[in-house]
Design a protein around this ligand. Sequence first.
Ligand SMILES: Cc1cc2nc3c(=O)[nH]c(=O)nc-3n(C[C@H](O)[C@H](O)[C@H](O)COP(=O)(O)O)c2cc1C
Length: 390
Amino acid sequence: MDGLENAVLNDTSDCLFEPTCVGGTTIRNRLALAPMTRQRSSLDGVPTDLNVEYYRQRASAGLLVSEGIYPSPMGKGYLFTPGLHSDAHTAGWRRVTDAVHDAGGTIFGQIMHVGRLSDPLMLDGAQPVAPSAVRPDPTARHYTINCPRPKRPYPEPRALTHAEVLGVIDAFGDCAARARQAGFDGVEIHAASGYLPMQFLSTNTNLRTDEWGGSVPRRTAFLLACVDSMTAATSADFVAVKLSPGWTFHNVFDDDAIATYTHAVRELSKRGIAYLQLGDYGVGWDVYGTLRPLFDGPAMFVAGFSRPSAAAAVQAGHADMIGIGQAYIANPDLAERYRQGWALNRPEVATYYTQGEEGYTDYPVFARSDPGRLQSVDAAPTPISAETTG
Ligand SMILES: Cc1cc2nc3c(=O)[nH]c(=O)nc-3n(C[C@H](O)[C@H](O)[C@H](O)COP(=O)(O)O)c2cc1C
């Protein structure tokens, strides 16, 4: 068994355990639970007891970022994902945030409108909406592992009217207000992975000729308007943003991603938001080196980090926090394992999107882990693919 021989405190990782400030809150370490859709809420989007337990188990991360949450009915893309636009949703999330706070943790809610990446089945029979009527590549449908949703091609979306765009922006603001009522410490706009804000940012999905499309500033305007709407409903330090510059996941393309994201990050920097989450998903240019210096505030890096690479990015002063995805699925006590040098449980890809506690809340803490199934505390994560991520 590899891993246990590394069971010594690794001094080079100490920087991961220095507190820092995010938004209005001091967090106790630099590790974040990366946002991850797990499809285990109720069918009408209310968080369940199982969701409360999942987040409570992981509360020793400095910051928890929730799975993607739809801010309005048309933003829903997957069965059993949670929402935050009704009183029942707000009450359900309150139970999650109370459990996390009782355990000493901090939690932001990730607000995710899927735009064109939906299906009438999720939308009471309605056609999905998008910046423009550009149909996703049918092969872009990616949940093929035991997933409770139909494997049929995405339909062509309908272009939002100008008035509807303003309505979606208002819905993001209303959702931020609800997030505060629900006890979240902040919200994170999911502007990555090919969802609605990225559909506005990207040249192949935004063919609009009005004020929401065309030039870089116009394609960026929707994201910035959502930030401003959420900030007006709460405060700038309550709002964060996730970007995946240049990533073509879900069939989005940008003719000049560096130009688009240079402008977007500079504008976000002016707004004094809580943090910027940047994902480098292997796009062939230096996302962190190019964009991090343009943002004057805390930055979280995400995707593909191990304990040594996380510590190196924080130690060098490049990142303030590191988002960890799959290793956090399998290790509820990941922060303690990283701190103590304890070996890691391996994540089971086959249960990422199934139902019930299996592969969700039944991963053991280190003391109860099966020594025969552990891997090194410094192991690199499973590469993410269209099969594993959302
Ligand atoms: C099961 C699963 C679900 C995901 N869902 C989301 C999501 O809802 N929102 C999001 O921003 N990223 C999502 N991601 C991407 C993760 O936040 C993270 O960027 C990715 O897993 C890479 O980090 P890792 O290499 O540490 O796993 C998901 C990833 C996985 C594995």
